[in-house]
Design a protein around this ligand. Sequence first.
Ligand code: DI6
Ligand code: FE
Length: 396
Amino acid sequence: MHDAAFLNASLATMREGSPYGAIRDGVLALTDNLISWVGPRTEWRGKAREEHDARGAWITPGLVDCHTHLVYAGNRAHEFELRLKGATYEEIARAGGGILSTVRATRAAAEDDLLESAQKRLAQWQREGATLIEVKSGYGLDRDTELKMLRVARRLSGLSVKTTFLGAHTLPEEYKGRADQYIELVCAEVLPEAKKQGLVDAVDAFCERIAFTPQQTRRVFEKARALGLPVKLHADQLSDLNGAALAAEHRALSADHMEFSSEGGIAAMKAAGSVAVLLPGAFYFLREKQLPPIEALRRHGVPIALATDHNPGSSPLSSPLLVLSMACTLFRLTPEEALAGMTRNAARALGMQDSHGTLEAGKQADLALWDIGAPAELAYAFGANPCMKVVRSPRR
Ligand code: DI6
Ligand code: FE
C-alpha cells in the first residue's frame, strides 16, 4: 500500500533516454517521503491511501537551484545605477564597492535579520516549484560572519538547503595586499571551524583577477579535500584563468559561470565528471558579451546545469522559471536542456544525483505540478508562474 498516488498525470521524469523522460497518462506513487512507483497507468496495479486525480497536469521533479548567494544584508541598487551610467562591475569592485559593500552590511547585520530577509526571498523559489537550493557564504570574509551566514542557511525552511563555504570570495579590506595571509586564515581557522560545527556541505572559491589566483584557489581546495569536503568553482567568469581545468584537477562537483573557459578545460571537466553550471542572470545583469561555450560543452558531453546565482551585485534574480527562459533566449539552450539544467544536472552539481533531480522510484518525493500543456512551456512563457502544487520530502 503506497501513501499517496497521482493518477492521470503527465510525467516529465527527466530521466535520460527519451524527450523529458516523458510518460503521458502516467501514475506516480509516494511512500515514506520517497517515490515508490513511476510508470504508465496501463501498468499500475498498486493501491494508495490517498489518490489524487492530476487531470492530465504535468509533474516534474522539484526544481533545484544549485548556485545562490541568498544570505546577505542590504542591496546594491545604487551600483546598478552607476553601471547604467557606464561604470563597470570591475571598476566598482576596485573602488571598494561591489562585494565589499555587501560585506560591510552583512557583518553589521544581526543573525535573525539575515534569516528574516533570506527566508522572505526564498518564498519566490517555493512558489515557482523549487524544492532544493544551494546557499553560499562569502559576504563575511572573517570567522564570525562566515559562520553566522552558514548558520542562517542551515536555519532556512520550506526548501531543502545545501550550504557552500565561500570564504575565498574576495579579499577583505583589512587584508589589502596580504591575500596569501587571508587564504591562510581561511584554511587554518575559518573552514576547519565551519566543518567542525557541521555547517558546510561543499567549498567554493572565486578564481578571478578581482579575487583569488589559481594558486590561492588550489590551497583552499587542498584544505577542503583534507577535510573530506567536495569543491565547486566560480571559474572563468570575466577572463580565462584556466579555472575549468583547475576545477577538473580537483574533481570538482561543478565549475560555474565559464563564459571564458577553454576547450581544454572542458575536456578535462568531462574526464573528471564535473558539471558546468551556467548563470544567465549574471550574464544578463552585467550585460556580458562573451557567451559560455555551449557548443563545446555539448560536444564533450559535459552536463549543463543552470541556476539563479542570486546575489545583490551581479544577479539579483529570484525566479528559477526566468532562468529557464533566459537560458534558451540568451544561451540558445533547448527547453529540454534548460529543464534538465534545473533538475537532473543541478542535482548532480550538488552531488545529489542519487536522491534528487529525476522522478524515479527510491528518490526523494520532491515534485512540482504545473498547469501547462507541454514541458517546453516552462521555458517559453516568461513572467508567468503555472506552478499549481509542490510536494517536498522533509529529509535534507
Ligand atoms: N561572481 C559573481 O558574479 C558574484 N560572485 C562571484 O564570485 C558577485 C557577487 C556580488 O557582486 O555580490
Ligand atoms: Fe555566484
